[in-house]
Design a protein around this ligand. Structure first.
Ligand code: DON
Length: 304
């Protein structure tokens, strides 16, 4: 298949329509200043072929996409113990909802809602001396490029992250957070503020379409069973209360971020990343979803 031609064609269609719908995330002030008239798309096949189109080399804030990497590291370090304090069910609620936590006594539904990712960060604080560097170096090793944390975004979220502060304190009140709330949140806010572009992200999640094998070096990142489990969680929980709609329309495991990025994995085939900052009400990139839907319908690729 000529993936480059498919991407070029999709990019041209999406670019002609930018700015007509959706809005840039504004609850993190630094993100509200991003130009919505940008769109990028990149893929990497299981065998290492790469293709990209549009603004695929422009860095953006990966935000919740970072939860895929922190979960991967935590699964490696904690093994099955991880699931003692985190569930594996879709929440059917927005990513930052507090409601279920009280009913379910401080056990987040899954590792991709904010509450779950905060507990994952807590495991990393316990299991690694320098979790922030561990996450950054890990992602950087996967895409084989140096990466940075956008300090302005990190500070902006730390100053306004009232819901995450509430979530972390609420979990702590149930005795389900081992470390200081502020230490855990610092790791979480900083992992969300990593800057990457579409090409780097398509490469960095490529191990999920290669049964857990590193995209570039052929050594194992995680077991193939763990890779399958992360893909299952992305499909069912990766886009929060719109995961059903994503599965219905796009049909592959996805993980979104409020920076406008979405990574997608087609097991045994390829990994990809789309990015465009305008979000819908579910906080997922609108042009990004459209591009993914076009890609899976044109190529016939899906997990179903
Ligand atoms: O915690 C937050 O609210 C942000 N740092 C990340 C949220 C996010 O990306 C949700 N995904 N669509």
């Amino acid at each position: 298949m000529d993936y480059q031609a498919v991407l070029d064609d999709i990019a041209a269609t999406i670019q002609s329509d930018l700015g007509t719908a959706g809005s840039v995330a504004d609850y993190i002030p630094a993100l509200s200043r991003v130009d919505p008239f940008q769109f990028g798309m990149a893929l990497r096949t299981r065998d290492g072929l790469e293709a990209w189109a549009g603004d695929a080399l422009t860095p953006f804030s990966i935000q919740s996409i970072s939860k895929v990497f922190s979960l991967t590291i935590a699964m490696r370090l904690a093994g099955e113990r991880l699931w003692e304090r985190i569930g594996r069910e879709p929440s059917g609620n927005p990513f930052n909802s507090l409601m279920q936590l009280e009913r379910e006594q401080g056990i987040p539904r899954n590792p991709f809602i904010n509450a779950g990712a905060i507990v994952v960060a807590d495991y990393l604080v316990t299991l690694d001396d320098d979790p922030e560097s561990a996450i950054l170096n890990y992602i950087s090793g996967l895409c084989d490029e140096p990466l940075e944390i956008d300090e302005e975004v990190a500070a902006s979220e730390a100053a306004t992250g009232f819901r995450n502060i509430a979530l972390a304190n609420f979990i702590k009140s149930y005795g389900k957070l081992d470390n200081d709330v502020s230490t855990v949140l610092d790791v979480y806010f900083r992992q969300c503020a990593v800057s990457m572009n579409c090409v780097q992200l398509a490469r960095a999640v490529n191990y999920l379409c290669r049964d857990g094998i590193h995209p570039l070096r052929d050594d194992r990142i995680i077991s193939s069973r763990q890779a399958r489990r992360i893909n299952a969680l992305m499909l069912t929980c990766g886009t929060y209360d719109t995961a059903g709609e994503f599965a219905f329309r796009i049909g592959v495991p996805c993980k979104s971020g409020v920076g406008g990025g979405i990574v997608a994995v087609i097991p045994d085939s390829l990994s990809m990343c789309v990015w465009s900052p305008a979000l819908d009400a579910g906080h997922n990139s609108l042009p990004g979803q459209k591009a993914l839907e076009m890609f899976t319908s044109r190529t016939g690729l899906s997990v179903f």
